[in-house]
Design a protein. Structure first.
Length: 497
């Protein structure tokens, strides 16, 4: 086909279709593909008998509604169905992209996943596809650079456009260019991101659950039109200011004030430990009014009287930005109020979304540590040249790990299914966050033990995950606060005071 090579070089979006049977021989014919594909697809490139690359041109990419994976899968099935008249079936389809020339090898994910109890049998094709997309992104883009970023205490900002393109920001929200994933699909994405690093998952949680969600749920049309497309595309970054130096677990006591003066609000106060604080274009700030009611406000980064400063010296979440925010006589237009909610219910509703993603994310961190420990235990030899995996005490640790990961997966899936059906209660999400982060933190520590001295250096991922999980255990409601939330649900008695 004339110009094909040029087009393949310029066009870097592709569908990779894996079929359960061998592809029919005629699919290898360029003529056949050209006839069907018309001007949308370039000829399929068969890499082996079960896989086919189809490159997409710009129009096809647009048709895919900003890389919406579900649509990609449906289209792959349609393409394959038309080409394989003998009724072959699509096993999976990966919609990816590559810069530069066509890849010479199929980029198969290197991480196999952890599935002891046929968990995957409970997932739809779309759910597996969302996970595979995030898995490949983490394997190809994050893992090669995370150690350096963690060492230098730098967030990998260069990954933001790609995450936006893959639909990770505001993934489960409707409209405004969002991917409209189900909660389970979104959870599987956060699992994979945190398998890479909790800092990357934190970025996505804050952008999606703590900034886009409140604008989407409680904002005006003008606020939604202005901010949501920018945030979805990663062209604006957001942060969420609830915690204060004196008020962490008990945000109801906050000191930050918002006083209405004419058609403005004047904000005064301080927020602490704010993820993305110094890189955010917009901060969702929770403040009390004269009536003592908590409300949310959008504060833009260059507003006079607003200052963000980086917190240094962190031994945890080093590849994430954490900041303090100060507002001194900070005047914002009255239209920056989020009018749709009053009271602590506002920020806590956002936290439900973020805690849910963390519950899945922790499984990813645990899987990474388990995988590292299992592989190491099979290779490392001690005493009569036998692998340490042959010792009962080591096996006991590995068995504990996979049992807890398996339980955590089913807990996450059930909470996700309830959330998708609109039947989830905040205490369900508390159980998910509490259990799964605890489980991951224990597993990281155990994995470090199995790796012995090699576990303390950062080319093994376990100590990085272990340190990160200390923050995850504390933020978004500490482990013990979630115990008290569940305690209140089952006894009817609040025991916070
Ligand atoms: P309480 O009297 O129980 O409730 C006050 C109002 O809030 C409502 N509510 C909720 N609404 C939605 N979702 C929930 N989960 C809710 N829990 C309570 C409640 O119905 C009531 O509504 P209304 O309309 O009747 O007024 O509140 P409380 O003051 O006793 O506090 C309860 C407690 C302790 C559970 C709460 O304060 C809490 O969750 N504290 C933990 C604070 C926390 O999680 N902070 C997180 C900061 S953000 C963060 O860490 C981001 S990290 C990001 C990253 O990098 O990933
Ligand atoms: P405290 O509330 O002082 O708690 C200290 C200890 O006391 C904990 O063990 C706690 O469980 C225990 N405790 C407190 N009250 C009780 C009680 N009633 N009963 C029993 N035990 C109790 N906040 C934001 O608003 N936005 C962000 O983006 C954000 N990002 C963060 C990023 C990182 C890396 C970290 C570490 C924190 C972040 N936070 C953020 C803040 C986080 O939400 C708070 O740290 C958390 O809510 C706990 O508050 P605290 O640290 O003040 O601990």
């Amino acid at each position: 086909m004339p110009g094909t090579n040029d087009r393949q070089r310029k066009t870097n979006h592709f569908l990779l279709i894996e079929s359960s049977e061998h592809l029919p021989a005629r699919m290898m014919s360029h003529d056949e593909n050209r006839r069907w594909n018309g001007d949308i697809f370039s000829p399929g490139q068969v890499f082996n008998l079960n896989t086919l690359f189809i490159f997409l041109d710009a129009r096809a990419v647009a048709d895919f509604n900003r890389l919406h994976e579900r649509l990609a899968l449906a289209t792959a099935k349609e393409v394959y169905g038309k080409l394989a008249s003998d009724g072959g079936s699509v096993k999976s389809c990966f919609h990816g992209y590559k810069s530069g020339r066509m890849p010479r090898e199929i980029p198969m994910p290197s991480f196999p996943g952890v599935d002891f109890l046929e968990f995957d049998a409970l997932l739809s094709d779309e759910e597996k596809l969302a996970r595979k997309t995030a898995r490949l992104f983490v394997d190809e883009k994050l893992l090669p650079i995370i150690v350096e970023h963690d060492r230098e205490g730098k967030f990998p900002m260069q990954l933001v456009p790609e995450m936006a393109e893959l639909g990770f920001f505001g993934a489960s929200l409707k409209g405004y260019g969002c991917a409209e994933m189900s909660n389970v699909e979104y959870g599987l994405v956060t699992q994979e991101l945190e398998r890479g690093d909790s800092g990357l998952r934190s970025f996505v949680s804050v952008q999606s659950a703590l900034v886009m969600y409140p604008i989407h749920a409680f904002g005006t049309d003008a606020q939604k039109q202005r901010w949501l497309p920018l945030l979805q595309r990663g062209q604006a970054i957001g942060c969420f200011g609830l915690t204060e130096p004196q008020f962490g677990s008990n945000p109801a006591g906050m000191l930050t004030r918002a006083v209405k003066k004419g058609d403005s609000y004047i904000l005064d106060g301080e927020k602490m430990w704010i993820t993305n604080g110094t890189i955010a274009h917009v901060a969702v700030i929770w403040a009390k009014g004269d009536d003592q009611k908590i409300r949310g406000f959008l504060v833009e980064k260059d507003t006079p009287g607003f200052k963000a400063w980086a917190i240094h010296g962190k031994q945890s979440l080093r590849a994430s930005v954490t900041a303090g925010l100060a507002m001194t006589n900070c005047k914002i237009p009255a239209e920056n109020l989020l009018p749709g909610v009053e009271g602590l219910r506002g920020p806590l509703s956002c936290l439900n979304q973020a805690r849910y993603g963390i519950g899945w994310g922790a499984i990813g961190a645990a899987m990474a540590c388990y995988d590292a420990a299992l592989n190491y235990a099979k290779q490392r030899k001690q005493f009569e040249n036998r692998p340490i995996a042959s010792h009962q005490l080591v096996q006991e640790k590995l068995v504990w790990m996979i049992t807890e990961i398996t339980k955590a997966q089913f807990l996450a899936l059930q909470v996700g299914r309830l959330k998708d059906q609109g039947r989830v209660h905040p205490s369900h999400i508390s159980m998910l966050k509490m259990n799964n982060v605890w489980m991951a933190r224990e597993i990281a520590r155990m994995a470090r033990e199995i790796l012995g001295a090699n576990g303390i250096v950062d080319d093994a991922c376990v100590m990085r995950h272990m340190n990160n999980l200390e923050s995850v255990y504390t933020y978004e409601g500490t482990h013990d606060i979630h115990k008290l939330v569940i305690g209140e649900r089952i006894t009817g008695i609040a025991a916070f005071v």
